[in-house]
Design a protein around this ligand. Structure first.
Ligand code: GCB
Length: 603
């Protein structure tokens, strides 16, 4: 066996086999959008690839004797990006398989290029083919994938076919039940990417933690090339800092660098400074905008650039409530993060799955720190090694996409999962894996709190989930005043945190219909929600080590679990902003609290 095969085998045994394989940083490459109208065929029994005539072949009858039992040409269209549920009433409840086809002619923008098709996300499983050739399958509804079509693409009449299936299954991630809408289809951008024969596949860059206190800071990173003939070296430059370095490229096409500078402005929410970084290697050049900061914990504190920070956060779903669809543009990101900014946030929890890349890039620009997570949510099959591998691969994909974003400071490995042998083993392995892939960020998980234990009064809550051993930040969800008792119950509560680590309250909140008014005891009124926020906020002063919070949630969002007529009608109403963009009273309570927190931090 050759050394490389041995290495691959070794990595497999070590559980590192989940390496993602897709092009990153696509907006900075030569690209052409394949967005717009795509033809679609419903495939309710999921037989499209194996049926009477496979759909990916995109056939039409050769003559009058020929039998072809489908026709993309005569089919209707849906808009891409966009979920099918949001586009046609008759598809609102559809969960299953659907085949999409896009045809296009191709005029290369680069000479002698390699061509890839990049899909930002398609929910949940996607079979992809190009010009009639099956090329592969991707699992996971919120992470990107790409595939090479260099040898298949031609000048005229190309067709890409994606068979997307959003059926829920017990061994998927997420599992069968979620408190959000199962938007199906090609929900994010699809692009054609052109690169030279040997190209800069990827790079990683971050501020070296050890150099934070030194006069001269170090910016460390690596470059990964893809192709046959690697140049002897690459060059990395940050023009604004006047620094540049030649990077030796090894036989595998990789090289590392460490740039030194005395002039660096650190990235922070107050000063979200981004630098242009240019990389060139052989015929390829790649650019990006990157911020430099450090994040770490010390005892119960979170330190950004060495200074304690209180995270004034909010939870957000990746949905534009006005279009009733997944967020999928810069404008959608600006809308959601704009509300968060108005609230006074310096932090957001991107719940409960990877959001569109525009969200993360926009947060980088706007100065909003981020918590990112995967849908390891209620009802995961913890016993299955296959599900664990799937989780690792999805984490590898989101880390691969977002590793150079200064905004992202926390990878959260799960939400509201109950401790137990299988679950602890599963999440322990995920925690180790994520740390191995990215040691520059913090780990957390939205845990549950337990009621009082022996020897404690009834009003004590204990946060003692064993998975927190593996985490940097202990986070927990609490719904005092909504799922348990009246809002004023929070006056009696105390919290015992079993770890000397910073604490984030990852959820609290309750529902209100915007425009419905009553007194503070009337459920679903804006006044009830307002009162509950006031009572909870008062209680937070008694949570030891509290370093931040992400109340649930910024905007009302669609959820099949929420069917109370005339109140919910398919919407989770815990938003501080309604689905039409109107702010509820509680918005201003949190805004006021965040103002006092910000003033206190400045003193
Ligand atoms: C939770 C879940 C979140 C739900 C929320 C609710 O604890 O983490 O996904 O949407 O409660 O509204 O009940």
């Amino acid at each position: 066996m050759k050394t490389t095969s041995l290495l691959i085998l070794l990595l497999f045994c070590l559980g590192l086999q989940a390496q993602p394989n897709f092009i990153t940083n696509v907006d900075h490459r030569t690209n052409t959008s394949l967005g717009g109208k795509w033809k679609y065929i419903i495939d309710q029994y999921s037989t499209g690839a194996i049926g009477f005539s496979p759909l990916y072949e995109n056939k039409s009858p050769k003559d009058k004797t020929d039998r072809v039992e489908y026709s993309f040409d005569d089919a209707q269209s849906l808009w891409v990006p966009g979920s099918w549920n949001s586009q046609k009433d008759e598809l609102y409840y559809y969960e299953g398989s659907m085949w999409f086809r896009k045809t296009f002619d191709y005029q290369p923008k680069l000479k002698n290029s390699r061509v890839f098709i990049y899909v930002g996300a398609a929910n949940y499983k996607t079979q992809y083919s190009f010009n009639g050739k099956k090329l592969g399958e991707h699992e996971g509804g919120f992470t990107p994938f790409s595939f090479e079509v260099t040898d298949l693409i031609r000048e005229k009449d190309n067709f890409v076919i994606l068979g997307v299936n959003n059926r829920r299954e017990p061994d998927y991630i997420p599992g069968m039940v979620t408190d959000w809408y199962n938007h199906g289809g090609i929900t994010r951008d699809v692009k054609l990417i052109e690169v030279p024969q040997t190209f800069i596949d990827d790079f990683t860059v971050s501020l070296n933690k050890e150099s934070l206190t030194a006069k001269e800071k170090a910016i460390d990173g690596n470059v990964v090339l893809n192709g046959k003939d690697f140049p002897a070296d690459a060059t990395v430059t940050i023009p604004e800092l006047g620094i540049s370095q030649t990077v030796k490229i090894d036989a595998e096409g990789e090289g590392t660098f460490s740039l030194k500078t005395k002039k660096l402005e650190l990235w922070s929410p107050e000063n979200p400074k981004l630098y242009t970084i240019n990389i060139s290697a052989g015929e390829d050049q790649l650019t990006d905008e990157v911020g430099f900061r450090t994040i770490e914990t010390k005892g119960k504190q979170i330190l950004l650039n060495g200074q304690p920070i209180f995270l004034r956060g909010i939870s957000i779903h990746d949905e534009n409530p006005i279009r009733r669809d997944r967020a999928n543009s810069v404008d959608d990101a600006k809308l959601l993060l704009g509300w968060a900014k108005e609230l006074g946030c310096n932090f957001a929890r991107l719940a409960h799955y990877p959001h569109q890349e525009n969200m993360v890039r926009q947060a980088d620009k706007m100065g909003i720190l981020l918590w990112e997570e995967l849908p390891l949510y209620w009802g995961i099959d913890w016993k299955s090694d296959q599900v664990l591998e799937n989780a690792k691969r999805q984490y590898a994909e989101i880390i691969h996409r977002d590793k150079n974003r200064a905004a992202t400071i926390i990878w959260s490995i799960a939400n509201e999962t109950s401790p137990g042998t299988d679950r602890n083993r599963f999440l322990g392995a995920v925690a180790d894996y994520v740390r191995e892939l990215d040691s520059t960020r913090l780990l957390s998980a939205a845990c549950k709190k337990d009621l009082a234990v022996d020897g404690h009064p009834d009003n004590d809550y204990l946060v003692s989930d064993p998975i927190a051993e593996k985490l940097d930040v202990v986070s927990f969800n609490e719904y005092i005043g909504w799922y348990g008792g009246a809002p004023e119950e929070s006056r009696k509560k105390t919290f015992i945190i079993a770890y000397d680590k910073p604490v984030i309250i990852s959820e609290f909140g309750g529902g209100a219909i915007q425009g419905f008014h009553g007194d503070s005891t009337t459920r679903w009124s804006e006044e009830y929600q307002e009162y509950m926020y006031k009572e909870n906020i008062a209680m937070f002063e008694r949570v030891p080590g509290l370093s931040g919070m992400t109340p649930w949630i910024l905007v009302d969002f669609q959820s099949p679990l929420r069917q109370l007529p005339n109140v919910q009608d398919g919407w989770n109403r815990k938003g501080l902003v309604s689905e039409t963009g109107q702010k509820k009273k509680a918005f201003y309570v949190l805004q006021e609290y965040y103002k006092t927190k910000q003033t206190a931090a400045r003193k």
